[in-house]
Ligand binder design. Structure first.
Ligand code: SF4
Length: 454
């Protein structure tokens, strides 16, 4: 069905349907847009047969008033240009006029560093969609002249309009203010992001996603989230359970997502409520201090068999220097608790190339993995099977607005050498899968998160 409404808005994600529908941020923008009676909304992705057209009616993207992308990962950003090309819409905003849609980009990439995409984008949305999207649509309703619309948005917090906020050399004329949810918004049930559509064709196959909180109680030095989303704010338990009830009418599988999902003060109660409703639950990665029995037991009772944690490195010394003062002993205790509760499979994430990293820290990663595996074997003996251990690695991407923003990135050769040290030291650990980092991806991510308009 084509979008019906006074305003035609196409909401897109710069990747495939599968990846897009796995993103709660994208699904939430669709939900928020569809809630307006006078707005007709359709979705678009990068799957080849429909590149440049919408999924619902195969309409040409050039026929819409607005093209609004959610871009969560730097590596997806070039797909925005490919989509404009496929739709026959000029890449440069300066070459577009009132015959073309307004090109809008929101999501983490807009906030981390909008400059590399600036020549192509009319408006970036900086902050919470719930707070900014209604103002954007109001401005659009009230102004038919493209230039005056951009001027109006340029005067509002939370919008970055490159044609008005950059000087002739492409340098920002000032700092733009992000607009984030505050405590009052977190207690409003209508503000709890949840899946708009539940489909088997996603990473979380058939799972309805619900956001638990924003921000994080920690401030790890490499983490963009902690320096930009602010302190931890949790959605109300009532609001979350209202979303659980809505989604449970269409799926028995729920996923709670957040940067610090384990830090919701009522998580144990919420998991128990899900178990009583016969729901199977998964959580996005847990902070290590949140891996407590009162969280892990109800999680296991809801069907979870794996948890993801991020030790980041192998020694207490380097971890403390990241402002993540968690000891290897505490990590192993958390693994043991998970095993005792029946959560068999462990995923651990590490970063190589951290400032101050030595070869000893790299061998420390292998040592931590070996001790983790020994614990898993010991617990697995009683069960009759040993869980799987996955170690995923990334090369440090120095993010803007963090204390590591100006740190150098490893060279390809050095990244290979350091990974070699880890793999040699980890040789012989049974049941361990190592997921090596993609240097090329890290390099692109670094260019796009630190690059300028050129
Ligand atoms: S715990 Fe995770 S989300 Fe929080 S600051 Fe550290 S890396 Fe970022």
């Amino acid at each position: 069905m084509p979008a019906v409404g006074a305003l035609r808005v196409a909401v897109g994600y710069p990747n495939t349907y599968f990846v897009a529908m796995s993103s709660l941020a994208f699904q939430w923008v669709v939900e928020l847009t569809a809630a307006f009676d006078d707005v007709g909304v359709e979705r678009f992705f990068t799957d080849p047969p429909l590149l440049g057209r919408t999924l619902e009616s195969s309409s040409h993207l050039g026929d819409f008033d607005v093209l609004a992308w959610t871009c969560s990962f730097e590596l997806d950003a070039p797909n925005i240009l490919a989509t404009l090309d496929a739709a026959g819409i000029p890449r440069r905003s300066s070459e577009r006029d009132h015959n073309h849609p307004i090109v809008v980009v929101g999501g983490a990439v807009a906030s981390i560093n909008p400059l590399p995409l600036s020549p192509a984008v009319d408006v970036f949305v900086l902050g919470s969609t719930e707070l900014l999207w209604p103002s954007f649509l109001d401005a659009l309703r009230g102004e038919t002249d493209r230039g005056r619309l951009l001027e109006t948005l340029a005067g509002m917090d939370g919008f970055f309009v490159p044609s008005l906020h950059l000087d002739s050399r492409g340098a920002p004329l000032g700092k733009r203010r992000r607009v984030e949810k505050r405590d009052a918004h977190m207690s409003d049930p209508s503000m709890v992001p949840a899946s708009h559509v539940v489909t088997p064709h996603t990473e979380y196959s058939g799972r309805g996603l619900i956001e638990m909180s924003r921000g994080c109680p920690e401030k790890c030095r490499y983490c963009w989230v902690s320096y930009n989303y602010g302190r931890l704010r949790c959605y109300s338990t009532e609001g979350i359970l209202e979303r659980v009830d809505r989604l449970s009418s269409i799926t028995k599988r729920i996923g709670f997502v957040a940067t610090a999902v384990g830090d919701h003060p009522d998580l144990g109660f919420i998991l128990e409520a899900c178990r009583e409703r016969g729901l199977e639950v998964a959580l996005s990665s847990l902070r290590i201090p949140a891996m407590r029995r009162e969280i892990l037991e109800p999680l296991a009772a809801s069907g979870a068999r794996s948890v993801t944690i991020a030790p980041e490195t192998g020694t207490d010394r380097l971890r403390t220097s990241l402002n993540k003062p968690i000891s290897n002993e505490a990590i192993l205790e958390a693994v043991a608790t998970a095993q005792t509760c029946g959560i068999e499979n462990i995923k651990m994430y590490f970063i190589i190339g951290l400032p101050g990293e030595t070869d000893g820290d790299l061998r420390g990663i292998a040592d931590l993995l070996r001790k983790t595996q020994s614990l898993m074997v010991a617990h697995g003996r009683d069960r009759g099977r040993v869980g799987s251990l996955l170690a995923g690695f990334n090369v440090l991407v120095p993010k803007p607005y963090t204390p590591y923003a100006r740190e150098p990135m490893l060279t390809r050769r050095e990244a290979k050498r350091r990974m070699g040290i880890v793999e040699t030291a980890a040789a012989g650990i049974s049941n361990l899968t190592i997921d090596r980092p993609s240097y090329r991806q890290a390099q692109w991510q670094t260019h796009l998160s630190r690059g300028d308009i050129s």
